[in-house]
Design a protein around this ligand. Structure first.
Ligand code: PBG
Length: 327
């Protein structure tokens, strides 16, 4: 019998292929980033992120209803404050932009799940992720401020905090502060391996958070390093992180793979602004099929080992899952 012409692909048609998919996507694993601008009323489109908006405090709940309409029940909030100073003091103000946004969302949508990005770069006049000593970020005083900021978000009603600054010891400090104040049940999603990436460009324009001088290489990771990501994840895990995050996503699939296998904590990936902007730009120019590239990128990130995804495409992805295009 000649066996050489047997098909090696999976036999059967679409129902079989769907049954045998190795990677499953769920709307429950999607998180949508929302930018809230304290100086704005209504919404304004973000030039560097076509299809994305800055929301004023009076319209932030519109962003939430749009998420819910699409089947997305989780967001991560980024604030753009009216006032910036050297310490980023509006980050932990009780009536800060994120704190106010949380209260407004809570009032209208009590069950909508709210994560907050905890960092100082949107709040400091110099645009660095902490307070400075000379031209470098001063780690320990910054960690104290970050812990205060996280606590103020949770007091305002945030369900989870996500420190994105990459300072040493910040996860432990936030955990202690939350515990001491009765928030033992509030999880921390640590931006554990955050690379010093050019893919954050559109975000920095959107959040007005580009550093006024220098760069973030002193506290973000060198893209040449893979094992170092495991070290960062291990430290965050030890300090009490409930979930780990790798960022950006698509250019760092190897890191997602590695770290999701090495740690028994849920793994989040952040498909960042530059990844989104590239797909949009190429799609708009007819160079690629935007929708298909979006779907394939998301599937790849989950296939690599992510359990959840922060993405500006979260709503479109949720619709695609509902329609059965992916998942
Ligand atoms: C704040 C922060 C950044 C992003 C998320 N949190 C910017 C940065 O590190 O410069 C980037 C997200 C994106 O590009 O979509 N530190």
């Amino acid at each position: 019998m000649d066996l050489t012409h047997r098909p090696r692909r999976l036999r059967g048609s679409e129902p079989v292929r769907r049954m045998c998919r190795e990677t499953r996507l769920s709307r429950d694993s999607l998180i949508y980033p929302i930018f809230v601008d304290e100086t704005l009323s209504g919404r304004r489109s973000i030039d560097s992120l076509p299809g994305q908006y800055h929301y004023g405090l009076d319209s932030v709940t519109e962003a939430v209803s749009e998420c819910l309409d699409a089947g997305v029940g989780r967001c991560i909030l980024f604030g753009i404050p009216a006032e910036k100073d050297a310490e980023g003091s509006s980050a932990w103000a009780e009536d800060g932009v994120v704190q106010q946004a949380i209260r407004r969302i809570r009032a209208e949508f009590p069950d909508f799940y709210i994560l907050t990005d905890v960092c100082l770069c949107e709040y400091t006049s110099h645009g660095h992720c902490g307070v400075l000593k000379g031209e470098a970020v001063d780690n320990d005083p910054t960690v104290e401020i970050l812990a205060k900021t996280a606590l103020s978000h949770v007091r305002a009603g945030a369900d989870m905090v996500a420190p994105s600054d990459m300072m040493d010891g910040r996860v432990g400090a936030i955990r202690r502060t939350l515990d001491e104040n009765g928030f033992q049940e509030t999880p921390i999603l640590a931006y554990s391996a955050k690379y010093a990436s050019a893919f954050y460009g559109p975000f920095r324009e959107a959040a007005g958070s580009a550093p006024a001088f220098g760069d973030r290489r002193g506290y973000q990771m060198d893209p040449h390093n893979r094992r170092e990501a495991r070290k960062e994840c291990a430290l965050d895990a030890e300090e009490g992180a409930d979930m780990l995050m790798i960022k950006p996503a698509l250019p760092y699939l190897d890191v997602i793979r590695d770290c999701s296998q090495a740690f028994d904590l849920p793994m989040c990936a952040y498909q960042v602004s530059g990844e989104y902007a590239m797909i949009k730009a190429a799609g708009e120019r007819g160079m690629v099929d935007e929708h298909q590239v979006m779907l394939e990128s998301a599937v790849s990130i989950f296939r690599a080992g992510a359990d959840m995804l922060i993405s500006y495409f979260a709503r479109e992805l949720a619709r695609a899952i509902t329609e059965g295009e992916i998942g």
